[in-house]
Design a protein around this ligand. Structure first.
Ligand code: HPA
Length: 269
């Protein structure tokens, strides 16, 4: 089956389950999936039941698609995403974004846990741009002309308009947000201190193992993107050692602020 046929099949399956006319796709990163539990009039579907869909394997990622109302908007939330380091082809990593677009989402809000370069644990950072150091690009291969052009413009990947509105909203509810460049790597190793020094020179403020593929595919199809990183640790070399437990612990600590912020943004966009 071609990619287009797979997208069509999955779209039809989800529409038959009642997932019609979503506005915003939400991609919830490590430890941030709880927000989907607040969706009202929810239709919840296990990833295992969805045709052509990948499977989540990471601790802290639930593996459910949640559709319904959040902050007055129709959302389609991914509780758990697919990572390249799990061995998923890029087509699988970005498939949910294709389906979100096909179902009618005009925007995605993408979130992640990330290491901070300059910023410390507990910081919420609005992504204003990214650097792709994953070593591949999800659009390599035949172009899906129905979705977008062969050579997509990435000049305003993280909508300037959304960033300005989100910053205003964050200020109005008293949640502090920083802003910076997210550098995406493949993982699963954390970076070496030398790599982090290189990334710092390149202009990165945060580093993580996700987000860049989904954003590229969203921008390709003309969706507007808002990205938020939860900084869970200082990147390698700026603290003595790194581990996934700390990532989960810090996201748990800041998730109330995070959830409040995303809901307020959704309400205001
Ligand atoms: N590096 C890469 N990915 C991450 C990090 C990090 O330091 N923290 C959370 N996700």
């Amino acid at each position: 089956m071609s990619l287009i046929e797979k997208i069509q099949e999955t779209k039809s399956f989800l529409e038959a389950k009642g997932l019609t006319a979503p506005e915003f796709g939400l991609i919830l990163g490590s430890g941030l999936g709880e927000l989907a539990d607040e969706v009202e009039n929810a239709i919840v579907i296990d990833y295992a039941d969805i045709p052509n869909w990948g499977q989540s394997t990471v601790v802290g990622h639930a593996g459910k698609l949640v559709y319904g109302d959040l902050a007055g908007k129709k959302v389609l939330a991914l509780q758990g995403r697919f990572h390249y380091y799990e061995g998923n082809p890029m087509e699988v990593v970005t498939f949910p974004v294709r389906v979100m677009k096909a179902l009618g989402c005009h925007s995605i809000i993408v979130t992640n846990a990330a290491g901070g370069i300059g910023y410390g644990p507990g910081t919420l950072m609005m992504i204003n741009d990214h650097i792709n150091m994953i070593g591949t690009n999800p659009l390599i291969g035949e172009n899906l002309d129905e979705f977008g052009p062969r050579f997509p413009d990435m000049s305003d990947a993280y909508s300037k308009d959304y960033r300005a509105k989100a910053k205003e909203i964050a200020d109005s509810i008293g949640v502090k947000v920083e802003e910076g460049v997210y550098l995406g790597v493949s993982g699963p190793t954390y970076e070496t201190p030398a790599e982090i020094r290189a990334y710092q020179t390149m202009g990165a403020s945060a580093v993580g193992m996700s987000t860049v593929p989904e954003v590229i595919v969203a921008v390709h199809s003309g969706m507007k993107v808002l990205g938020i990183s939860a900084i869970t640790n200082y990147a390698a070399g700026f603290q003595s050692s790194l581990n996934h437990e700390e990532v989960v612990e810090v996201t748990t600590r800041i998730k109330e602020d995070f959830k409040g912020l995303v809901k307020a943004i959704l309400a205001g966009l």
